[in-house]
Design a protein around this ligand. Structure first.
Ligand code: HPA
Length: 260
């Protein structure tokens, strides 16, 4: 049986979890791929190890390489466990989102600082008292402050304006929201909306991984471009393709210094 023992070594590698529009990491000079087993099952895809500008990185596409796994079916625990077991202690999560507040325009890049969780029925903890003893962790600030700053700095080095701070509302999907749901999310204080930030962020925190998100606004959230306008998936794809080029440059400009 696979052990639930938490590995404590840090090998200095930066983990990149890719989302929609970032299922492959072609810039990475790949040296190996690893199929992993974890006590929670297999991660979304084999881990891809490589170097970018001399820096060791591990890449994992959360929806699988062929983008086949729906947000509610992603095995978040296996994904985080597999990266952690390889010694990854810093993760940048790339996520596409809908823009709710006026500043969150399509094509924009945002580094969120808060989360509201609207998901349900997902395996959202390692500490459920079955495999690992019950523990209540602090989650006041769900994203790693140091890594957020590194991302913002990388953005300015790469020449892009990254918005500093936003509340990410995590919805269940895979359907998009109704206009009324988006109004409610806004009243609650969400500025952007996506489907995968939870439980990914909390599982990282449970394992002591420093986790920050680079969110890419790919559409105005439901109703935000006028009630008559439906969200176009083709438009989303076009915006995502262009914006992901920027994301790749930001990652290339990262200088991760370890420590939180
Ligand atoms: N809602 C939820 N998730 C999303 C959206 C959206 O409008 N766009 C991209 N991911």
């Amino acid at each position: 049986m696979l052990s639930h023992k938490i590995n404590r070594t840090d090998n200095g590698m930066l983990g990149i979890i890719g989302g929609s529009g970032f299922d492959r990491f072609d810039e990475l000079k790949i040296n190996r791929r690893l199929e992993c087993a974890t006590p929670y099952g297999a991660p979304s895809a084999p881990l891809v190890f490589g170097k970018l500008r001399g820096r060791e990185m591990v890449f994992l596409p959360r929806h699988a390489t062929d983008h086949s796994i729906a947000p509610h079916r992603i095995n978040y625990r296996a994904n985080l466990w597999a990266l952690h077991a390889q010694g990854v202690r810093h993760i940048i999560a790339i996520s596409t989102v809908g823009g709710i507040s006026a500043a969150m325009v399509a094509g924009g890049l945002v580094v969120p600082d808060q989360i509201i969780d609207y998901t349900h029925g997902r395996e959202g903890t390692f500490f459920d008292g079955v495999d690992l003893p019950l523990q209540h962790i602090d989650f006041t600030r769900p994203f790693c402050t140091g890594l957020r700053q590194q991302l913002l700095k990388a953005g300015s080095v790469a020449g892009f304006e990254l918005l500093d701070g936003a509340t990410y509302g995590a919805t269940q999907g895979p359907r998009l929201e109704t206009a009324a749901e988006i109004n409610r999310l806004e009243r609650d204080g969400s500025h952007i909306v996506g489907m995968t930030g939870m439980p990914e962020a909390v599982l990282a925190r449970e394992l002591g991984i420093c986790y920050a998100m680079l969110a890419v606004v790919v559409n105005p959230a439901a109703g935000r471009a006028g009630l008559a306008k439906e969200i176009s998936l083709t438009e989303i794809q076009t915006v995502a393709e262009t914006a992901m080029q920027k994301v790749r440059q930001v990652i290339g400009a990262l200088e991760v210094n370890h420590g939180h």
